[in-house]
Design a protein around this ligand. Structure first.
Ligand SMILES: Nc1ncnc2c1ncn2[C@@H]1O[C@H](COP(=O)(O)OP(=O)(O)OP(=O)(O)O)[C@@H](O)[C@H]1O
Length: 873
């Protein structure tokens, strides 16, 4: 077991750079005490994890001396990581060729088939502004702030990024949250709207650095607040010229029929918005309809209502799910015009109106290397004398992410406090406690806090205060100013932030919120903004830039901005978004307050945050130095097994988990959209209750599935990286990652979908032996190697049979996407011959005797022409 007191010497509860005098109260740290067990995979990992916590004396939060370099701030409750590993918040991130690859793979997938053009259109609409679904992370825990001087290394400016390419969020295909820089996106029309030109052979060529991480740890006890000195005060202006090729934008608008727009609404819909928020918080619905329907013989395509192709076009008109999805998509267009006036509730109805819609034998390599099922499942860890795990449950939680400070102790509007009470928020989270006073003073803030700890409220609450203190706009004002502008990297995150804003605005009827995001019609948003002026605008970068450049009067409205928020700031400031962000910063007044939030703030971001922040901004870090970037209550495991065993092992792990926890709620992350689809197909064939979400799905579908998963238990969501960042699904019990994560950050963000708000969770990373190198990038994280269970022959046959039922075209697409993804990986893609061998191994793992043929054009663009083992067409 990793959690032993002997590990704690590695824990550094205090920032050694801080003056000891400020931490006298920490000198008397009580002895560590195990408080409660954290369940783990019961059978695969029968160990019982002890969850340790400490309590620190409560210190006051007052008395900050602005002139001090080191500021101390104490929160009442704090827990320290029980895993005494040294964290590496600032360790260099692993590169991100892979990210680009992700896009690549999707793009590649799309290229091949007849649905090529459709695919492009589709993805276009999907990603325009996105890039990574990130979300901020808030950290809970500790309370000691330290403020250091930050050496002003603000050298790099945006110019070099001019050629930067946009990334999409999430998927390896599109959404790929963070770090894609180029790659497929730049290929002709590949995905997103704004692409550059294709430069063959440059796949993944620009990955020098990859920022972004985030995480929340409730155990972090120490906040460090730094004041950034010497940064350049001027804002870096990006190139102002017209945007590049906007063909994709056109696609995007044409194709994207998204009910999401209804999300944004004028103030009159607030009540409904808060209703949704409440609904979101109550995760009760357990929808297993799909499985039931499947059992009744309905084909999956029909149930899903979407074509198993590339999504967009073929709309299943069948029963059940198909029907509703079809109508979703179709309605998107038809209803958009009407919807805009119908508000949030309508959106909610749209979502809700839906239907909700296993063997390995022995074998040489299996035996010996693997523990038999019984042994592995039940005996692992026994040698350690550890008790077996109890069924896992994410319902157990700690409130260590909360501080002792109540909202009313802060000088915020009583109307906001009333709204907070309505949703049960009484005490501030640690990041809220740390940032609110500073933001309320009007300072620029760069805040780092672990995932799932309330960063959204941390920046929304004080932003609302700014509005309440501003003179109301004249009723007849033609272009009422937007006072608060919130930028999020993905549509999902923007929608979430708007929902949270609506919650807080429940008793502020005069304040309106609107959302502008990709995947919806620009014209519709224009009309809506005209009809319902808002003071708070939540936007994704690309779409916002569209409005700046194409919506009459919009630029004027932006000149009213008093608060600019960059959520997932590290992601927004990296290469993929930089140009858009610079353009946006250019469009808002220089005299404004700027708030940057993220769970991860790598050095690269510190170096460039001057493009948005004033020189005297405060850096508030609620992640304890020396602690891990992941939550200690999340049990992390990894398993290394041959590729051809992965599907069977996945099934086995899921079955184990389901058997252990009736309230299971699982996220399975796959490398690309097409691989996601394949895995979802397989698991559905195996009669698991599964949904899928990735960039190739229409936004309306994504929104609906996301909402369903949010409210459900007893459900598995197979997903690409569209769900990796920021998505706030409550009570996720297990996160499985199959194959190489794009990088360390992505691993952490994916894992961060569980263990939110102090709850427990589990994570499993399933790698092939040749992917094991990835483990070195997360070696500071407390992940435990799991023995590979030996799967019984029946299970193995069951999985093989299920695979044989998966549509061939989906296997072909998955193969191509897989090849594209790994081809772009610096390590795996280096040796093309080996790469092809591995791809063909993947092909065999899908039950194919021969690897699918790939169009010559695609092979050429991947630099794989004439590599033995590939079939071309
Ligand atoms: N003071 C509070 N008390 C209780 N719950 C809160 C409080 N503030 C926020 N929350 C809830 O905590 C959850 C996590 O918040 P949020 O999504 O803002 O986290 P985050 O730090 O942005 O996570 P990520 O880094 O993954 O984006 C949300 O459901 C939010 O409504």
């Amino acid at each position: 077991m990793p959690l032993r007191l002997s590990l704690f010497p590695g824990l550094r509860p205090l920032n050694p750079s801080l003056a000891v005098a400020h931490f006298t109260s920490m000198m008397s740290i009580p002895p560590l005490k195990p408080t409660r067990p954290v369940p783990i995979f019961s059978r695969v990992f029968p160990l019982r994890l002890k969850y340790h916590s400490f309590r620190f004396p409560i210190l006051s939060t007052n008395g900050h001396d602005q002139e001090q370099q080191i500021r101390t701030h104490f929160s009442s409750t704090r827990k320290l990581s029980t895993r005494g590993r040294t964290s590496s918040a600032t360790r260099p991130s692993s590169k991100s060729l892979i990210e680009d690859e992700a896009d690549l793979s999707d793009w590649v997938s799309g290229l091949s088939s007849k649905s090529f053009s459709k695919t492009q259109v589709f993805s276009d609409s999907e990603d325009d502004d996105s890039k990574g679904n990130s979300r901020r992370n808030r950290t809970s825990g500790g309370g000691v702030f330290s403020r250091d001087r930050v050496a002003g290394n603000w050298g790099k400016r945006g110019r070099e990024e001019r050629g930067g390419k946009r990334r999409r969020d999430g998927d390896s295909d599109d959404f790929q949250a963070s770090n894609r820089r180029g790659g497929p996106r730049d290929l002709e029309g590949s995905f997103p709207r704004r692409k550059g030109k294709f430069s063959g052979g440059e796949w993944g060529a620009e990955d020098d650095e990859e920022p972004i991480f985030r995480r929340r740890d409730r155990e972090n006890a120490i906040f460090s607040r730094e004041r950034a000195w010497g940064s350049d005060d001027r804002f870096s202006r990006g190139p102002r010229g017209p945007r590049g090729n906007r063909l994709n934008d056109v696609f995007s608008r044409e194709e994207a029929r998204d009910s999401n727009e209804i999300f944004s609404r004028g103030s009159r819909d607030r009540k409904n918005g808060s209703d949704l928020q409440r609904a979101r918080l109550s995760n009760k619905t357990s929808s297993r309809g799909l499985r039931d329907r499947r059992k009744n013989g309905a084909p999956r395509e029909q149930m899903e209502g979407i074509d198993m192709n590339y999504g967009r076009n073929a709309r299943g008109k069948g029963a059940g799910r198909g029907k509703s999805i079809a109508s979703d998509e179709e309605d998107d267009e038809d209803e958009e015009e009407d919807e805009e006036e119908k508000g949030y509730m309508r959106f909610k109805e749209l979502i809700d109106s839906e239907e909700s819609s296993e063997e390995l034998n022995d074998d040489d390599d299996d035996v010996g290397n693997y523990v038999s099922e019984k042994e592995s499942v039940f005996s692992q860890g026994e040698g350690d004398g550890m008790p077996k795990a109890s069924p896992s449950s994410s319902s157990e939680r700690s409130d260590s992410y909360l501080s002792e400070t109540r909202f009313e102790e802060c000088s915020i509007s009583s109307l906001s406090i009333k709204a907070l009470k309505d949703v049960g928020y009484e005490r501030m989270t640690v990041v809220q406690e740390a940032t609110l006073p500073v933001i309320l003073k009007g300072k620029d803030v760069l805040a780092k806090a672990k995932t799932g700890t309330g960063k959204t409220v941390a920046f929304l609450l004080p932003s609302i205060e700014v509005i309440t203190k501003s003179p109301p706009a004249a009723r007849d004002q033609k272009r009422p100013p937007i006072l608060v502008l919130v930028i999020c990297p993905t549509r999902e995150l923007a929608s979430q932030a708007a929902t949270e804003a609506n919650t807080l605005l429940k008793y502020h009827p005069s304040i309106g919120v609107q959302v502008v995001i990709g995947g919806t019609r620009l014209a519709l948003e224009q009309k809506r903004m005209q009809a319902n002026p808002c003071q708070i605008l939540v936007a994704t970068p690309g779409r916002l830039r569209d409005h700046i450049e194409n919506t009459a009067g919009f630029a004027t409205r932006l000149m009213g901005v008093k608060v600019l928020v960059l959520d997932e700031a590290d992601h927004l400031l990296d290469m993929g978004f930089r140009k858009d962000i610079e353009r946006i910063i250019d469009a808002v007044p220089k005299q404004r307050q700027t708030l940057l939030f993220s769970a991860t703030i790598p050095q690269e971001v510190r170096h460039i945050c001057h493009i948005a922040l004033k020189r005297d901004h405060e850096f508030i870090n609620t992640v304890q130095e020396g602690s891990e970037e992941t939550h200690s209550q999340v049990r992390q495991m990894h398993m290394v097994a041959p590729l051809d065993k992965h599907f069977t092992l996945l099934y086995t792990l899921l079955k184990e988990h389901i058997a252990d926890d009736v309230d299971y709620k699982v996220l399975v992350f796959c490398t690309t959209a097409m691989v996601t689809r394949l895995v979802a197909d397989l698991l559905a064939e195996l009669n698991l209750n599964v949904r899928e979400i990735h960039s190739r799905k229409p936004q309306s579908y994504r929104t609906r599935i996301s909402d369903e998963f949010r409210k459900s238990k007893g459900l598995i969501l197979v997903t690409s990286d569209v769900s990796a960042r920021g998505v706030d699904y409550p009570d996720v019990t297990l996160v499985v990652q199959i194959g190489l994560p794009a990088d360390r950050q992505q691993y952490i963000h994916r894992l961060g979908r569980t263990g939110r708000k102090g709850k427990e969770g589990q994570g499993m990373l399933l790698l092939a032996p040749w992917e094991e190198f990835f483990l070195s990038t997360i070696k500071d994280l407390p992940t435990t190697k799991a023995e590979v269970p030996l799967v019984d022959p029946d299970t193995r046959k069951k999985v093989e049979r299920a695979l044989s039922h998966v549509e061939m075209k989906n296997k072909e697409a998955a193969y191509q996407a897989w090849l594209g993804y790994y081809n772009s990986n610096k390590t795996v893609g280096r040796d093309k011959y080996r790469l092809v061998e591995l791809a063909n191994e993947f092909s065999r793992s899908m039950g194919l005797d021969n690897p699918p043929a790939i169009p010559k054009l695609v092979l050429g663009k991947m630099g794989l022409r004439n590599i033995p083992g590939l079939r071309s067409k």
